[in-house]
Design a protein around this ligand. Sequence first.
Ligand code: PMP
Length: 430
Amino acid sequence: MASPHVFSRGGAERVRIDHGHGAQLVDVEGRSYLDAAGGAVVVGIGHGRTEVVEAAAAQASRVAYVHGSSFSSEVLEEYADTLAPLLPLDDPRIYPVSGGSEAVESALKMARAYHLARGEDRDVVIGRQGSYHGNTRGALSVSGRAGLRRPYLPWLTGFAHTSTPYEYRCPYPDTHPGGCAQRHAEALEQQIQELGPGRVAAFIAEPISGAGLGACVPPDDYWPAIAEVCRRHGVLVIADEVMTGFGRTGTWFASEHFGLRPDLLTAGKGTASGYWPLGLAVVSGPVHETLREGGFVHGFTYSHHVVGAATGLAVLRVLERERLVEASARQGERLHAALRRELEGVPGIGDVRGRGLLQGVELVADPETREPFEREERVIERVLEACREHDVLVYPGNGCADGRRGDLLLLGPPFVVTDGEVDRIAAGVA
Ligand code: PMP
């Protein structure tokens, strides 16, 4: 019996996990599951990495905590120096926090503070329809998921949402093949104009949308067109790489696929691969300089945590030494091909998409019309249950930009997943 004292939102009883190794999880009864979700698209280096645990423990035994506003540490500086060359920003400066939502909150404040320091009172941040950037107030404000936002709408102000590249349900179907990037850029331009020039502080989006619409890869000319509009209007670009960062899409950061050089970047999930709740807000050197000059005041008790830095550093070392970013690219191709093969002709399959080990399967009532299932059918819950019966754990996503319906499976196994495990995931989903 599950403890009644743990806050639970109801639904199916949760599997009690005892331990894990690589891409495998074992429950308290000794049953093994294939962790095709990486928890919540978190675990990149795999479960059971004692060297990471030892690095965290060694740091905690030296000193577990110092306040980041007054003290620094060798481990934090070494972490920043090791990470900086891997980041897709010019002269990056990292601000470690405790997770993705805190990273997004920090980036939003940094964007506004940057403009204030330059004497501009820019009060709007533009996000995208169907997106997800976190559950705190600011992060939910820039998110475009209508269902999550609705109860809190009176609290969510100062934000607008523009169109999302979503090939399977493109808002500009007449442009296909190949013309939608320009239309997305025009939509953003129009929104900036309508809000009034000089009001928009930043544009935030995932380079490849993971959390929102599920592994949607934009066309190659999308990001150059969007970045050009932003630069022309002095709008900062925030790349939310909480899900896509640290190798998940087969490059260190998904921005690299498109030559995107954001002004700010957020990370979380894969940053410490689940071994510590570590998020990052990263700013480019020029943004950092302006924030410093403006006297930017910000911070959480657990910002710049030394154990977080030790854990993040140990994770980076494993990723580099075992060439796991390349593994994510390679096994991602294998998973994509296996899913296409196994799901061919299976009823209810609409789309299989993704890059690296971030893959999405959109489920639809009618593949011809692409009509989603009705919510009452609880399709995603039933599919998760069925996958679990085949000992495969997957992550539920939310397809369909209108935010009301849409069923999506997200697959994000650890990068150490073997060929055989990849094939088992695809077979388990089918
Ligand atoms: N941004 C993105 C793109 C995410 O995927 C998530 C988490 N799903 C968040 C932000 C929020 O991160 P957290 O849950 O760690 O607060």
